[in-house]
Design a protein around this ligand. Structure first.
Ligand code: MF3
Ligand code: CO
Ligand code: CO
Length: 255
């Protein structure tokens, strides 16, 4: 399929999908409290997507994924499956939502702190968010994808954290995961050159310990091998003629 350049009509629909995904993260925030289960968060967002947004939760049945959102707690890196375990004070959780509206995808995630986080957890979340922001700010026609990965890796490692290598950002549009792969590490000046009309996610996974990960027997949940904390933030980005537009932001919000 290769990299699809989006038309103005595509882009308008991507804006709608992106905004709906952003609305989900805003909607769920007050529910992320000690005692709630990730299954309950999944059910709340499933119902909101289907009934209020008239949209489709993209993760549900995607390659067999059993739920409508991904919830990754503490040492879970990504693709955590919502379940019956209750969140407790001090947990950090990534909620990753992807919706399909009018045939187009919007994909975004962020960290939530449950009650009071440790100083390390707070710092990890802050640096992970900075990594995403640094990557997004570089996006404009003519830069190379490797410039983004390089900048993210530099910032994570300067803070003595590590970047997960096995999972990456991705092109997105009518297809959930399409080309290009957006690595969160690497060399400046390498990889494809960005062009207006490309849409892709940036979604760095940053570990407090070593970068290595393993897959749990459920075949979805990715955890850090050394059991250290992991954090991730994600936005869907459009390359414009002069720079970029973050599609998964609410009007008036900043990254
Ligand atoms: N939303 C994830 C991403 O950012 C993908 C989840 S796929 C699932 O690419 F099947 F685990 F839901
Ligand atoms: Co994504
Ligand atoms: Co996502």
């Amino acid at each position: 399929m290769g990299i699809t350049l989006k038309t103005p009509e595509d882009i308008e629909k991507m804006r709608v999908a992106g905004r709906l995904a952003a609305e989900q993260l805003k909607f769920i925030a007050p529910y992320v409290k000690p005692g709630v289960t990730t299954d309950e968060l999944n059910q709340i967002l499933h119902d909101y997507t289907v009934n209020e947004q008239q949209a489709i939760p993209a993760p549900l049945n995607y390659h067999g994924f059993p739920k409508s959102i991904c919830t990754s707690v503490n040492n879970q890196v990504c693709h955590g499956i919502p379940g019956p375990k209750k969140l407790k004070n001090g947990d950090i959780i990534n909620i990753d939502v992807t919706i399909i509206k009018d045939g187009y995808h919007g994909d975004t995630s962020k960290m939530f702190c449950v009650g009071k986080p440790s100083i390390l957890a707070e710092r990890l979340c802050r640096v992970s968010h900075e990594c995403l922001k640094i990557g997004i700010e570089l996006v404009k026609p003519g830069i190379h994808l490797g410039d983004i990965g390089h900048a993210i890796q530099q910032h994570a490692e300067a803070n003595h954290f590590s970047v997960v290598r096995e999972y990456c950002g991705h092109g997105i549009g009518k297809v959930f995961h399409e080309e290009p792969q957006v690595l969160h590490y690497g060399q400046a000046g390498t990889g494809i050159m960005l062009e207006p009309g490309m849409t892709f996610t940036i979604e760095p996974m940053i570990n407090a310990g070593k970068r290595h990960v393993k897959l749990l027997p459920d075949q979805w949940t990715v955890v850090t091998k050394d059991r250290s904390l992991s954090a991730q933030y994600e936005h869907t980005i459009l390359v414009t003629d002069t720079g970029h537009e973050v599609l998964t932001l609410l009007p008036g919000d900043e990254i």
